[in-house]
Design a protein around this ligand. Structure first.
Ligand SMILES: [Zn+2]
Ligand SMILES: [Zn+2]
Length: 142
């Protein structure tokens, strides 16, 4: 599903973000590449289209997106954070061989454990780690 520039602009404005060329390009990349990219992945992929792009502007844009709830920052035992355009609650499986991050659905009614009653819970991460079926079938090991 391709998004029109108009749709992308509206998406940013809805999240209280002023659309700029860089912001629109990064948003478009995230929507079209559901691979949980790092800032570096995004930078390398957009450099052809925006030769003036700097890594700092990618980081700044992602920080802003995270602030405004456009992306979720994933910490998956990695040095570099990954970014997810899907901010609804879902789980992640990180393959230690191919480094791919898979999404999986989790039931809607994840309840707050009774030990945390009275706490404010802002975020929930459910991360699984291991070797994906693809890598297992190919006999690949880390
Ligand atoms: Zn794998
Ligand atoms: Zn995800």
């Amino acid at each position: 599903m391709e998004n029109t520039i108009k749709q992308l602009k509206e998406y940013l404005i809805k999240h209280d973000i002023k659309p700029s060329t860089i912001r629109l390009k990064i948003l478009e990349y995230l929507l079209n590449n559901r691979i949980h990219p790092t800032a570096d992945d995004i930078y390398k992929n957009l450099l052809d289209q925006i030769p003036t792009l700097s890594k700092t502007s990618v980081y700044n844009t992602l920080d802003l997106f995270a602030d405004k709830g456009v992306v979720k920052v994933l910490s998956l035992n990695e040095k570099e954070a990954r970014y997810d355009i899907n901010t609804r609650l879902h789980g992640h499986f990180k393959c230690r061989v191919c480094s791919r991050v898979y999404d999986f659905a989790i039931p809607y009614d994840v309840s707050i454990p009774h030990e945390l009653k009275g706490f404010d819970v802002n975020d929930i991460d459910i991360n699984f780690y291991g070797v994906c079926q693809n890598c297992k079938n190919q006999g690949r090991k880390s």
